[in-house]
Design a protein around this ligand. Sequence first.
Ligand SMILES: Cc1ncc(COP(=O)(O)O)c(C=O)c1O
Length: 512
Amino acid sequence: MIDESRVAGGALSPDGVAADVALAEVRRLRAGDRPTHGGRLFAYVYDPAVPGLDELAAAAHRESAHVNGLDPTAFPSLLAMENALVGAAGRVLGGGPGTTAPDVVGSVTSGGTESLILAVKAARDAHPEIAAPRIVVPSSAHAAFAKAAHYLRVALDVVPVSVDTLRPDPAALAAAIRPETVLVACSAPSYAHGVVDPVAEIAAVAADAGVRCHVDACFGGWTLPYLRRLGEPVPAFDFSVPGVTSISVDLHKYAYAPKGVSVLLHRDAALRAPQYFAYADWPGYTMINPVIASTRSGGPIAAAYATLRHLGDAGYLRLAAVTRDAVAGLADAVRAVDGLRLLAEPESTVVCFTATEGGPDLFVLVDELTARGWHTQPQLSYAGLPASVHLTVTASVAPRVAEFGPDLAAAVEAAHAAGPVRLPAELAALVGALTPEALTPDLVVGLAAGLGLGDGGPGAGDGGGDGPGAGPLPERMALVNTLLDAAPPALRERLLVEFVGLLQRPTWGSED
Ligand SMILES: Cc1ncc(COP(=O)(O)O)c(C=O)c1O
């Protein structure tokens, strides 16, 4: 629980507090978070449960936290570690000396979203002659492509995936390519369902059209190669595939590095060149940035470097085997419960299930699982795909798998007993009639109050410097998820922006 008395004055204390007091405050705040370790959180965190790894990463982070990646000549340690991370990622993904992609180069970014934005930027800026550039992505591609398109003013052409295979048809992607298209993207695997797109076919249609092809392996780029080595039927998705021009892989996901590190690889330096930004037309230092951030901490890079050095190839192979077995166990648990079905047969590290006809209300089920200490991720229905529950599985889940089955069965039973969520009539009517444009601040506050979100919205606690009240989210989220599920995507987006805006409010008052 958040201790309001300690944080009500905001972060800046009048005279400074003792170091142990400051740290205790952080720890108290952290106690209200979902558990990052222990194998019961199936999203957001990637935990290998390797003893000592956290301590090693923290120590490496501390060594380089104040090093600035802005200038690699001042801090050659960082350049060396970045180059070593890029070399490792290049090797894992089919590039480097002795391969068909010997000239692979790359950059270390802060995360998957930054890697994707830069892949789109490089593709866009390679074609200054195209006034209105476009990219083609399957509907299962990560939302960060839409963000990249939005930030970079590139048009987004979305090709639907099959509701059966959850994959795009390469011919449909080919048909979506226009003269202004600068990039075709695909996933290995998709985040939502964990399925690997037909990369070879997609790269071939992109190459035929003379267009770059980016493989978003942010999520699975560090596990799929190891799963293949373990004998799993993983299709080719890396630089061994002709036509693949760039690949992203997040080290803060399945390379188990602390957050803030992804690698964007290009098949050669010429493809990477338009990713850079250089500026010399001002009186200060000449700026040359390979990535979006200019000043950036060496901490995450050093932590990732130490993590890779410590776990090594053999460590990742072992962790992939443990994870694969955990995935199989969780999938069996889903299969064993009446009323649920896998949305896709697991082929990577995701278990994704939905309800069958007459099955439980999935949003109630998610709450019932939370009540039993399992934190899963609900996914709303979308374009013919049913609502589903997503489990990102990491190695730390393995020792918990046997406990999951009985709890899942009990949660399903409880969800049946509770029955489906019914939106109060006035909320249902509102969401049915509402358009994003018609959403007023008063309506937002009313909706938030009806859903138990925040503390009643702007103005509800002003002036006194109070914090977010009794807690920003209701204990049970089924009502919120049901309301969002009933809304079309544009309204979902608008509602979420407004709701999160209500949560992100400064705490003003002074204390101490
Ligand atoms: C396939 C894929 N691409 C991109 C991203 C975005 O990564 P990040 O959250 O590190 O920005 C994710 C995150 O889950 C992902 O799964």
